[in-house]
Design a protein around this ligand. Structure first.
Ligand SMILES: [Mg+2]
Length: 353
């Protein structure tokens, strides 16, 4: 079935629901192992019994900044005007971070933005900015530029907005990956081809784009290869290097095994924390879960790493593909910022269709 406005709404809504579920008001993000979270989930009556609403299930920094990106894109601005708009909304978004645990590079980068002044959407190169903070707020860029012939716009906006906080390529290429995967979801492209598309279609466009901007080119080229090498490694691991499958899964791949596997994807043992592995875990979950919402959350949102940031990406794509019918109503009915999420989704659909 073609991607409709309802799919757009579902994508935005479920990304925020996945954020709130994976975060669990600071209790689950990083704080528990996958098996421990699954145990607690059972004690709560299972996913279908969780009412995702305030005060116990707030959205985290991921959704606040994803909304900022989305609402800036929904203004229909482009070029530098759009980048100033995004920077302005990131600065505003930081005023709404009480209890939402924003990451260090996001705090630093946004504090350096000067929207409205010349070049004020650029910050100094930060070699530490490898985190997933750009990836977690960029899915909506794929909703604004979903068509194959818009790839250069998608990549350019993902790189420039990503670099507002995450100027290291591990960081901003994560934004490219999140945006690309939602565009692929809109296109109904087979999930087994997404990783290959990232490496062979989007990354070369991103590199050429970086060179054309003449900003931090030397540093960016120096630090470029880790992201692409690790993604090649992952595609080999899952037998997806040619984009066809069948996917190569381990014999046992439950919550405990996934915690170990996700760590092996990571830069330094913190699963999903970085720009390359947050979308990688999201893709792994999408490949394994099929149309099963509980299985998707189990894989993408209930693990021992940065569970909210892997869930926002996976759930956005899943919602775009599968829609809302199979998702328990209480998982999203009273979700924080539901009105804003639905309203911006509708605007992005109209702008892109
Ligand atoms: Mg978060």
């Amino acid at each position: 079935m073609d991607c409709t406005v309802d799919h757009y709404t579902t994508g935005m809504l479920l990304s925020a629901a996945g954020d709130a579920l994976g975060y669990r008001n600071q209790l689950w993000e990083y704080n528990q192992s996958g098996p421990a979270i699954h145990q607690e989930l059972q004690e709560l009556g299972g996913l279908k019994n969780i009412k995702v609403e305030l005060p116990d299930w707030p959205v985290s920094d991921d959704t606040v900044l994803h909304l900022a990106t989305a609402e800036a894109l929904a203004t229909a601005k482009d070029g530098e005007e759009l980048l100033h708009e995004v920077a302005f909304r990131y600065v505003e978004g930081m005023k709404d971070m009480e209890g939402r645990k924003p990451g260090p590079s996001s705090i630093l980068g946004i504090s350096q933005l000067r929207p409205g002044t010349e070049g004020g959407y650029r910050v100094p190169y930060n070699p530490e900015a490898t985190g997933c903070g750009a990836a977690m707020r960029s899915m909506c860029i794929g909703l604004r530029y979903p068509h194959p012939n818009q790839l250069s716009s998608l990549v350019g906006v993902a790189v420039e907005t990503g670099r507002m906080t995450h100027s290291h390529p591990i960081g901003f290429l994560g934004a490219v990956a999140s945006a690309l995967f939602t565009a692929y979801a809109v296109q109904r492209r087979p999930i087994t081809t997404w990783g290959l598309g990232l490496l062979e279609e989007a990354c070369p466009v991103a590199k050429t784009f970086v060179q054309s901007t003449r900003y931090a080119v030397t540093e960016t080229e120096r630090d470029w290869d880790y992201f692409t090498e690790k993604w090649k490694w992952y595609l080999d691991l899952r037998a997806l290097s040619s984009g066809t499958g069948p996917v190569n899964w381990p014999d046992n791949y439950g919550p405990a095994e996934r915690d170990e596997a996700y760590k092996s994807f990571s830069l330094s043992g913190w699963a999903g924390r970085s720009g390359h592995d947050a979308p990688m875990i999201a893709l792994d979950a999408l490949l394994g879960a099929g149309s099963d919402w509980e299985e998707l959350m189990s894989r993408a949102g209930f693990h021992g790493g940065d569970s909210d940031s892997t869930a926002v990406i996976a759930c956005c794509c899943w919602g775009l593909i599968h829609g809302i019918d199979e998702v328990p109503l209480y998982n999203y009915k009273n979700l924080e910022y539901r009105d804003r999420l639905e309203s911006v989704a509708q605007k992005l659909y109209v702008l892109s269709h």
